[in-house]
Design a binder for this molecule. Structure first.
Ligand SMILES: NC(=O)c1ccc[n+]([C@@H]2O[C@H](COP(=O)([O-])OP(=O)(O)OC[C@H]3O[C@@H](n4cnc5c(N)ncnc54)[C@H](O)[C@@H]3O)[C@@H](O)[C@H]2O)c1
Length: 433
């Protein structure tokens, strides 16, 4: 199959490289010249474990290429995937579909008869209808299909997720699109992966429902964690106690500083907007969004409390800035709210993150970025673990004590055992225990 991938970000690049690895010919397109230049020079513009090797191997094999020129990529394409961003629209939280519709307009003139256009971007119900309308408007006589194939990969484990997904969701309104997409995903279809064929609108909604449900699980355990702190119970015991019930499941029950990243915050908001538009409010998700917003900022207050209730004149070392480990993605990371809350309280912030500092520097002012965790802790009144990077899982506590001004560790990811840390003479503040 010949595939064009419009958008070469986290999703487009990983999907394109994996499709090439399945044996398809893939051309990844992007408007961002710096990305395409980097990829052509063999550099990967994002941090994603294993992606450099996967891309290099498929470029070498002649199955994967990169271009700025969509018109040059399109002739002969059996399927054109749209994997551009769908951020929150400023002001109202609706998904901003301008990039998706622009891609539809840009491709319309060059599509070959029988081409299948596939939205991989996360898009609200009905977007496929509009993509179809745009292309039909430009090419009234063209035979083409529009399908939905939402992506469920997680940054940091994206290649594994793409190649061994729990399921592949495909939304089609005609048999030709189903045949082409089945062929594209055929290499995955063994005993392990189920390919779910459904109507396009159901596929579009499935993605939002999945993310909203996962966000709900996170907020649920975070609120239970707060209650645990009040009643002196350990949230990990409770999480295990409920998670072993197969109706609930153990995953997404780790308490922390709140969900962030490029998907959950914007997708929960967009789902609420769709629900409002259809006059079917989803109160549970409304509560989740508000709970998570409050939580991110309340983590800043938790740190100030650990400093004795006063931030002014204090310095805090943040270990980790990205919304989770193994990514450089800073979009909507809880660290953004935490840093602002600390600065509002008058504290100075030093920080170290293995991959996220370049992106963080674009979003945060007045933070001192450091070369490693120990440098960040130099002279600080407390260290705060914000992201669960492996680099923070085995800190040398003797060295930490010598480096910090005060031996205070706030562990927002519960990486350590309280008794172990306290035995080393630290004041230890965790989440829900
Ligand atoms: N990042 C994730 O973990 C993840 C997971 C599942 C789904 N998604 C969804 O996938 C979509 C893409 O997300 P992402 O994180 O890859 O975004 P991203 O911002 O990393 O990448 C999007 C890319 O599209 C390019 N682009 C925009 N308009 C273009 C056009 N007309 N032609 C060519 N290139 C264009 C941009 O330059 C950018 O490089 C979003 O809808 C997102 O919600 C993301």
């Amino acid at each position: 199959m010949r595939i064009v991938m419009i958008g070469s970000g986290y999703v487009g690049l990983v999907s394109g490289a994996c499709f090439a690895d399945f044996g398809h010919h893939v051309c990844c397109v992007d408007k961002d010249a710096s990305k395409i230049d980097a990829l052509r020079e063999g550099r990967i513009p994002i941090f994603e474990p294993g992606l450099d090797e996967l891309v290099a191997r498929n470029v070498e094999a002649g199955r994967l290429e990169f271009t700025l020129d969509l018109a040059q990529a399109l002739p002969g394409a059996d399927a054109v995937f749209i994997a551009v961003g769908t951020p929150s629209r400023r002001g109202d939280g609706h998904a901003d579909l301008s990039y998706v519709y622009a891609a539809a307009r840009e491709m319309a003139g060059q599509l070959r008869p029988g081409a299948v256009v596939v939205t991989k971007s996360t898009v609200p119900v009905g977007t496929g209808d509009e993509v179809e309308r745009i292309i039909r408007g430009a090419r009234p006589d063209l035979e083409f299909s529009v399908a939905s194939n939402p992506e469920f990969l997680r940054e940091g484990a994206a290649i594994e997720d793409f190649k061994r997904p729990d399921r592949v969701v495909i939304g089609v309104n005609d048999e030709h699109a189903a045949t082409v997409l089945r062929e594209i995903y055929r290499p995955l279809l063994g005993a392990e992966t189920r390919l779910l064929m459904m109507k396009r609108r159901a596929a579009e909604l499935t993605k939002y429902a999945a993310n909203a449900f996962l966000a709900t699980k996170i907020s649920f355990i975070n609120e239970i964690a707060d209650l645990c702190e009040k009643v002196r119970a350990d949230v990990h015991d409770v999480a295990e106690g409920i998670g072993l019930d197969t109706r609930i499941g153990p995953r997404f029950l780790q308490p922390g500083p709140g969900y962030g990243g490029s998907c959950f915050p914007k997708d929960t908001l967009a789902l609420l907007k769709t629900a409002q538009d259809y006059e079917t409010p989803i109160r549970i998700v409304e509560a989740v969004v508000s709970s998570n917003d409050n939580r991110k900022r309340s983590m800043g207050r938790k740190v100030v409390n650990a400093l004795g209730g006063e931030g002014r004149g204090k310095t805090v070392a943040l270990l980790g800035l990205t919304f989770k480990a193994n990514t450089d993605d800073m979009r909507d990371s809880p660290s953004l709210a935490i840093v602002r809350a600390l600065q509002d309280a008058g504290a100075a912030v030093r920080a170290y993150d293995p991959e996220g500092m370049e992106q963080a520097a674009k979003l945060l002012d007045d933070v001192t970025y450091c070369g490693d965790a120990y440098e960040a802790m130099e002279g600080a009144d407390a260290a705060v673990i914000v992201t669960e990077w492996d680099a923070f899982r085995a800190l040398d506590f003797e060295r930490v004590k010598d480096t910090l001004k005060e031996p205070v560790l706030v562990d927002l990811r519960n990486l350590y055992d309280r008794a172990d840390v306290e035995r080393q003479g630290f004041r230890y503040v965790a989440v829900g225990r």
